[in-house]
Design a protein around this ligand. Structure first.
Ligand code: HEM
Length: 198
């Protein structure tokens, strides 16, 4: 504790010392994380300390620190699938929308039908407004363990078989197309000739 205090005093005085005359014109931000202007190890230690403090934790974000975020599996979330207890998975996050069911402008049924799966696509397809996205924060309960969500199966159509791969049969068909009408014509002429002479 004492050593930490000494470091801080030293760093504060050192920061004051290294600050250029230009920076004195601007109001120094207390939240700014000072990047070391020198290769001083003290400044690196100070930066590390700020990052690991609660202030730094907030700057990084709750999810990256991972301490106060609850991570749920798909199976856990799937159990909350009734009008009295309804959870959704949208964008890797879990939302308890039970209290929102009646107020949802799109109705409660769509929300209930989006339980037990990743509802991100359903949510995005509607084209929800930015105010709807801000509203979501009120219902946030945790993160989803993405490994528990089955991967999307993309449909790839089966390869069509090439029926006309055999060139020989194609050639025979073409010849027949030409010969058959000729044969019919010849037959007709022959019959006509035969009946006339008879
Ligand atoms: C926490 C999650 C959700 C919140 C906070 C939310 C909020 C809203 C809001 C505020 C609207 C009004 C229009 C807008 O401002 O965009 C809306 C409309 C709608 N939402 Fe949601 N929604 C959520 C999840 C979902 C999900 C998962 C679906 C599933 C399909 C859905 C389907 C709809 C539909 C169909 C409408 C009506 C759109 C229209 O009439 O044009 N919502 N939602």
């Amino acid at each position: 504790m004492y050593v930490q205090l000494c470091f801080r005093i030293f760093i504060l005085t050192k920061n004051k010392y290294v600050r250029s005359p230009h920076s004195a014109l601007t109001k120094p931000s207390p939240r700014r994380l000072h990047l070391p202007t020198t290769a001083s190890p003290f400044l690196w230690i100070h930066r590390f300390h700020v990052l690991s403090s609660s202030r730094g934790a907030r700057a990084i974000g709750r999810s990256e620190m991972g301490s106060d975020v609850k991570v749920y599996t798909l199976t856990e979330v799937s159990t909350h699938n009734t009008s009295k207890d309804c959870w959704l998975i949208i964008g890797g996050k879990v939302y308890d929308v039970t209290k929102f069911l009646e107020d949802h402008p799109g109705g409660d049924e769509v929300l209930l039908s989006s339980t037990g799966k990743d509802a991100t696509d359903d949510f995005e397809d509607i084209g929800h407004s930015s105010s709807a996205r801000i509203m979501m924060d009120d219902y946030y309960v945790g993160e989803i363990d993405v490994t528990t969500i089955p991967k999307k199966v993309t449909y790839t159509p089966p390869k069509q078989p090439h029926y006309n791969q055999d060139k020989t049969s194609e050639f025979i068909v073409r010849i027949l197309q030409f010969l058959v009408p000729l044969l019919i014509l010849g037959l007709a002429v022959g019959i006509r000739f035969y009946t006339k002479s008879a």
